[in-house]
Design a protein around this ligand. Structure first.
Ligand code: GDP
Ligand code: IMO
Ligand code: MG
Length: 427
């Protein structure tokens, strides 16, 4: 049972950080395989709260080696400040491995992200403004800068020149901005080289050797299934593949090595940024979910849009990821509602639809069809086993499991490590 993937089954912020940290003590490697510091993963250990953006959540488990895979985009200044922030809090980060093939988020990628959003006006995606999309665009356009380029000044200069050639034309002529100087970018990037050197490694080789030795490797996704560039609500998505296949390409590990894919699923739904969201609430229930669930972005501080659980999306996540299990989070947040609506299907132009429509136009027209499930009022935050939950909470979990197409193997009843009900072991 060597490799597991843990990923978001909705639009991100499902509680991946907590779930990864929970398993971190029992696995040998935790690997981020896509995304960058657009992610914000919260881990609560005792009275300490950590917000991780680029570092795998396994960094907080002393026995575990954290790895940033080739599929991740890395802002060196963010990585270094995240490392020093943890060091100041007494966390040992010396085991970190960083792929030499990971692409670098350069200052001009951040600039391009921000000006593009501004230019899109009301059609904007609502990105995190961290340069994610432009960096992946450079990668696909074959003008990206990789971590290994920091160790060859001449190649780095040529690559920055090539990347800025067109961008400076666009910045100056289209966006009315100042051109970015090649020398300045090269100088800034070179300043990171020696600081990053201790971590740079051939992570593909390391991970495959580890798997051959039967070590346990956990892949930690950023974002979520519906934010996937191929399988999400395009164009309102991020620019990488958080879905399970992304773990293979983003870490250089074959699909035959992966035996378990765990979808992290919030007991209701949230989304940050623009794009369709059929169960979104604009009333006091939405406000209450936001308040009780503390639904505010870890990265940008934006309020998260909130809505009821959407089983159509959960089924879709099961299918596109080949999920073997779900980790249901934040069940405690739903305590106190007399009845809890759950979206079981959509109505699209007068027709009932059971599965996520592939057409963007149809999805924009999707209205939720709700089934009402009875709520509970008892505090569930101390529940340690499934049988400790009130009958209606048990029934809610069972109903979600049946609708979603994979077993719910763990339930979160609070943000802390031990505020978890384990039903089936993941390892
Ligand atoms: P991630 O991006 O998927 O790692 O999720 P975030 O950290 O952005 O958001 C999840 C939030 O919910 C964090 O504040 C977590 O501490 C918190 N959280 C995670 N699991 C639970 C849970 O079961 N109950 C409660 N009340 N909070 C949780
Ligand atoms: P975690 O890992 C929630 C959203 C942004 C925006 C869209 C594109 O914490 O779940 P980007 O900056 O990636 O180009 O923005 O994706 N987004 C997230 N939403 N959680 C995240 O990460 C997100 N990362 C990106 O809000 O709508
Ligand atoms: Mg988050």
């Amino acid at each position: 049972m060597p490799a597991l993937v843990l990923l978001g089954a909705q639009w991100g912020d499902e509680g991946k950080g907590k779930a990864t940290d929970l398993l971190g003590g029992s696995v040998d490697y935790v690997v981020r395989y896509q995304g960058g510091n657009n992610a914000g993963h919260t881990v609560v250990v005792g009275d300490q709260k950590y917000a991780l953006h680029l570092l795998p959540s396994g960094i907080l488990s002393p026995g575990c080696t954290p790895v940033i895979g080739n599929g991740v985009v890395v802002d060196p200044s963010v990585l270094l400040s995240e490392l020093s922030g943890l060091n100041e809090r007494g966390v040992d980060t010396s085991k970190l491995l960083l792929s030499g093939n990971a692409h670098i988020i350069t200052p001009y990628n951040v600039t391009v992200d921000k000006v593009t959003e501004r230019f899109l006006g009301k059609r904007k995606i609502g990105t995190t403004g961290r340069g994610i999309g432009p960096t992946y665009a450079d990668k696909i356009n074959r003008v990206g800068i990789r971590v290994q380029d920091l160790y060859d000044e001449s190649i780095l200069t040529q690559k920055v020149e090539a990347a800025l050639d067109i961008k400076n034309q666009v910045l100056t002529k289209l966006y009315n901005r100042r051109a970015i100087a090649v020398d300045q970018v090269v100088e800034e990037l070179l300043a990171y080289a020696e600081k990053l050197r201790p971590y740079v490694a051939d992570t593909v080789l390391v991970l495959n050797q580890a798997l051959e030795e039967d070590k346990v490797v956990l892949f930690e996704g950023g974002q979520g299934t519906l934010l996937d560039i191929d399988h999400g609500t395009y164009p309102f998505v991020t620019s990488s593949n958080p879905t399970a296949g992304g773990a293979c390409t983003g870490a250089g590990v074959g699909p035959t090595k992966i035996s378990r894919v765990i979808g992290i699923l919030k007991a209701y739904t949230t989304r940050v940024g623009a794009g369709p969201f059929p169960t979104e609430l604009f009333d006091e229930d939405g406000e209450a979910l936001r308040r009780i669930g503390g639904e505010r972005g870890v990265t940008t501080g934006r309020d998260r849009r909130c809505g009821w659980f959407d089983a159509v999306i959960a089924r879709y996540a099961t299918r596109v990821n080949g999920l073997t299990d779900f980790f249901l989070t934040k069940l405690d947040v739903l305590t106190g509602w007399e009845q809890i609506p759950v979206c079981v299907a959509y109505e699209i132009d007068g027709k009932r639809v059971e599965e996520l429509p592939y057409s963007q136009t149809d999805f924009h027209h999707a209205k939720p069809v709700y089934e009402m499930l009875p709520g509970w009022s008892e505090d569930i935050s101390k529940a340690k086993s499934f049988s400790d939950l009130p009958k209606n909470a048990q029934a809610y979990v069972k109903a979600l499991e049946e609708m979603s197409g994979a077993p719910i193997s763990a339930i979160g009843v609070g943000p802390g490590r031990d505020e978890t009900i384990e039903i089936n072991s993941f390892l």
